[in-house]
Design a protein around this ligand. Structure first.
Ligand code: NAP
Length: 308
């Protein structure tokens, strides 16, 4: 049996790296299992203007690299493997990747959330052929083209504006006429001459054989169908928590968000959770970081109060 690690952190966004920083600075042996795409959602954003301490904003990738390096400086070790299976039914807890088995006295889950999909077959069929959930990653491929962004939140507004750097025209399609986005983002989007709002419409089908050629829409109030010709569709319709592998082992709500029982501790003593896999209200980099800090402090105190 391998060495038992004090704290295993699963996930590598602001919550995971902040938890790693705090747990390492508490002199605990910490392993962070990052998955094959470390960094979380910050790596798919552009400039972050609302993370305190950066007057002129900060690049999402740059910020997350700094967080990672900061935790490493205090001793956090990393494994970029994906977690395949966990067993929280006994202590030490078991966490398995494809190639290794870890044993931990405490675990902090910080697996975040992934983009929500519409769930229609044509979206799958034309995935990466004009359908994308990452404007930052794929916007460049739509230079001189017409695209749509779906959603009425801050992500949709931010990405609509970002896409106008490349596309000649951006439709912002939303199923209602009220927005969740903040006023500043709505105003910025409304003032962008390349963006046209298409409201009270749902996407029924993504059209095209080899690549996206358009969308079939339905009016949410009258049910009237219509079509829009375009070259790409970007999804910005929220997120779903990445908690599938913990199903049946810890308490979650019906949407799959982990429900902490005492501070950041889950219903399983010694298993803590932080960030977007728990939080469907705030979902900010700064709140995820704060959560990671709280989880590390809770884990440290819980470990200190016990001899395992
Ligand atoms: P969000 O605020 O949850 O908005 C999701 C949008 O997608 C909503 O308008 C929702 O419509 C729509 N939607 C959900 N499911 C849908 C479906 N099946 N079909 C069509 N539309 C659907 O998500 P978000 O925009 O990703 O933002 C998440 C959090 O990050 C928020 O707290 C936001 O403030 C924050 N954020 C901040 C910034 C910034 O400050 N620069 C940038 C990005 C994100 P309904 O409104 O009708 O439900």
């Amino acid at each position: 049996m391998s060495e038992t690690i004090d704290v295993i952190i699963i996930g590598a966004g602001p919550a995971g790296y902040t938890a790693a920083l705090y747990a390492s600075r508490a002199n605990l042996k910490v392993f962070c299992l990052e998955g094959w795409q470390p960094g979380g959602q910050l790596t798919t954003t552009t400039v972050i203007e609302n993370f305190p301490g950066f007057k002129n904003g900060v690049d999402g990738n740059a910020l997350i690299k700094e967080m990672r390096a900061q935790a490493a400086r205090f001793g956090t070790e990393y494994d970029t493997a994906e977690v395949a299976r966990v067993d929280f039914s006994h202590r030490p807890f078991e966490v398995r990747t494809e190639s290794r088995e870890y044993h931990a006295k405490a675990v902090i889950i910080a697996t975040g959330a992934r983009p929500r999909m519409l769930g229609i077959p044509s979206e799958q069929r034309l995935w990466a052929k004009g359908v994308s959930s990452c404007a930052t990653c794929d916007g460049f491929f739509f230079r001189g083209k017409t695209v749509a962004i779906l959603g009425g939140g801050d992500s949709a507004m931010e990405e609509a504006n970002f896409l106008t750097k490349f596309a000649v025209k951006v439709y912002l399609i939303h199923r209602r006429s009220e927005f969740r986005a903040s006023k500043i983002m709505i105003d910025r989007t409304k003032n962008n001459p390349k963006i046209e709002f298409v409201l009270n419409k749902t996407v029924e089908e993504v059209l095209g054989e080899q690549r996206v050629t358009g969308l079939r829409l339905k009016d949410a109030q009258t049910g009237e169908p219509s079509e829009l010709k375009l070259d790409g569709m970007f999804l910005a319709i929220g997120h779903v928590p990445s908690t599938q592998i913990f199903k049946g082992q810890i308490a979650m709500d019906e949407e799959g968000y982990i429900v902490p029982q005492k501070h950041t501790m889950t219903n399983v003593e010694g298993i803590f959770a932080a960030g977007d896999c728990v939080d469907h209200r705030y979902r900010q980099a700064i709140t995820a970081s704060g959560d990671g800090c709280r989880a590390a402090i809770d884990a440290e105190r819980w470990l200190a109060a016990r001899t395992l």
